[in-house]
Design a binder for this molecule. Structure first.
Ligand code: LLP
Length: 432
């Protein structure tokens, strides 16, 4: 009925998430409010790591991409499932450290890491550093030497495959700020340098071909290219690459007509490509890593808002204004991303209007969406925007000096605050 499997309608006609009445959540915690379903997060993590175990014989790791949604509680949940983490900044690392995350299961990313970040990553003992460029390799070699440690590194590679939701482009990927290019020989030269480094251990190669990808073919194609590269390193340098990280990017259902491939099928097919290519190329099967972010966090989240003004402009459109917007969900203004919305207190009624849901910022582009099918919404109604668990809270801002909403986790019919709503004093806390 709705895009995410944990949503339903109760006897009062209210939208429920994980069995909890969302109208009651809005009353209890206020709006705007992010609601995350712990049970669904755990279920999705298990779907990924169970499939990894089943199809890749347990020789793999799932690293949740915390850029999608990071807070200490999320790190605790991922840790308790035994999965790893992909972190891209000192802030994401710090969050994991403070949550007691086992840092040896963390991969540290970033296309422009600072010395401070590299040093911190070494101090807290991350499992891998995914190196993006030669100056970073040199800086890491120096900092690791100063600290007397020898971190394992992977190289971020541009495999020459760029995948969007529906198309696959084999060229042009050279024009990306991330990683080393294969086609130009840049990646191979860099590997030669890395294997000769004294203070780092060259462990593996990494690629990430895009986000919100529905098809499996681009992932299979990328895996083949990467294994070809691993074979070249073995044949020409006599060096065995131990790790292959295929990144994240698995698509999810934002609208009912979206049809992403199931994660199980993805892992089955990619594992089979990796195994058969290894055999063909005469190389050992590498340890496989994946970094799903959106697919774990997005379906588990909804955002609740209260409707303020309603403006019907005859012959043009109807605006339904909410108490949030681009500050808590910048994905429409940035990418024209589409979402499903429901009037939570009228969830059993037909969505027979098409409206523009407008945010409260002083910015005409501050919309959650246009032409959105919705029940008749009036002042005081609660609107739920669905599948907002990824890249909403993590991309939120304080534009217009708005306070960031609270994040509530729900599980087993209970709710709890995981991130408090910002106070007015939070807004001025760094002002001097
Ligand atoms: N690994 C690497 C190296 C990445 O760059 C990303 C996402 C991921 C994993 C996780 O990808 P996912 O499974 O979440 O698709 N803000 C955009 C998405 C940016 C994705 C950036 N990298 C959005 O809201 O759609």
């Amino acid at each position: 009925m709705f895009v995410s499997e944990n949503l339903d309608v109760n006897a009062q006609g209210h939208l429920t998430a994980g069995g909890i009445d969302t109208v009651e959540l809005a009353e209890k915690y206020g709006t705007p409010l992010y609601v995350m379903d712990e049970e669904l997060i755990r279920k999705t993590l298990r779907r990924f790591h169970d499939s990894m175990n089943k199809y890749y014989n347990g020789m793999g790791e799932v690293h949740y991409a915390s850029k999608a949604f990071s807070c200490m509680e999320m790190c605790r949940i991922v840790a308790s499932e035994g999965d790893g983490l992909d972190a891209v900044s000192i802030g994401e690392l710090y969050t994991a450290v403070k949550a007691g995350f086992p840092m040896e299961k963390v991969g540290f990313h970033g296309n422009n890491k600072s010395d401070e970040e590299l040093a911190y990553a070494l101090e807290v003992g991350v499992g891998h550093i995914i190196v993006d460029n030669i100056p970073e390799l040199h800086r890491l070699e120096r900092i690791a030497g100063e600290k007397g440690v020898k971190p394992q590194i992977m190289f971020r590679i541009k495999p020459g495959i760029e995948a969007h939701t529906h198309d696959k482009i084999m060229t042009g990927q050279i024009d990306s700020k991330f990683g080393f290019a294969l086609e130009t020989g840049e990646a191979f030269e860099a590997v030669k340098e890395a294997v000769a480094c004294e203070n780092v251990e060259f462990y593996g190669v990494h690629c990430h071909i895009g986000s919100q990808i529905f098809d499996i073919e681009p992932f299979e194609a990328a895996a083949k290219v990467m294994l070809g590269f691993i074979a070249k390193i073995k044949n020409e340098l006599g060096y065995e690459v131990k790790g292959l990280n295929l990144g994240g990017g698995f698509g999810i259902k934002y609208l009912n007509d979206h049809d992403p491939a199931p994660f199980e099928t993805y892992l089955e097919r990619v594992s089979s490509v990796v195994k058969s290519e290894c055999e063909k190329l005469g190389i050992a099967q590498p340890r496989m890593f994946i970094e799903p972010g959106r697919s774990i966090a997005a379906p588990a989240g909804i955002t609740l808002y209260t409707v303020g003004a309603r403006k019907e402009i005859p012959g043009i459109r109807t605006y339904v204004s909410i108490d949030g917007g681009m500050c808590d969900n910048p994905r429409y203004i940035l990418y024209q991303s589409e979402y499903e919305a429901v009037v939570a207190n009228k969830a059993n009624e037909e969505r027979n209007e098409k409206v523009t849901i407008a945010g409260r910022c002083c910015e005409s582009g501050d919309l959650i969406g246009e032409n959105m099918p919705l029940q008749h919404a009036e002042s005081g109604d609660i609107i739920a925007v669905l599948a907002t668990g990824a890249y909403n809270y993590s991309m939120s801002s304080n534009y217009n000096r708005l306070q960031k909403p609270a994040v509530v986790f729900i599980n087993n019919g209970e709710s709890r605050i995981a991130v408090k709503r910002e106070s007015l004093d939070d807004i001025i806390k760094n002002d001097v």
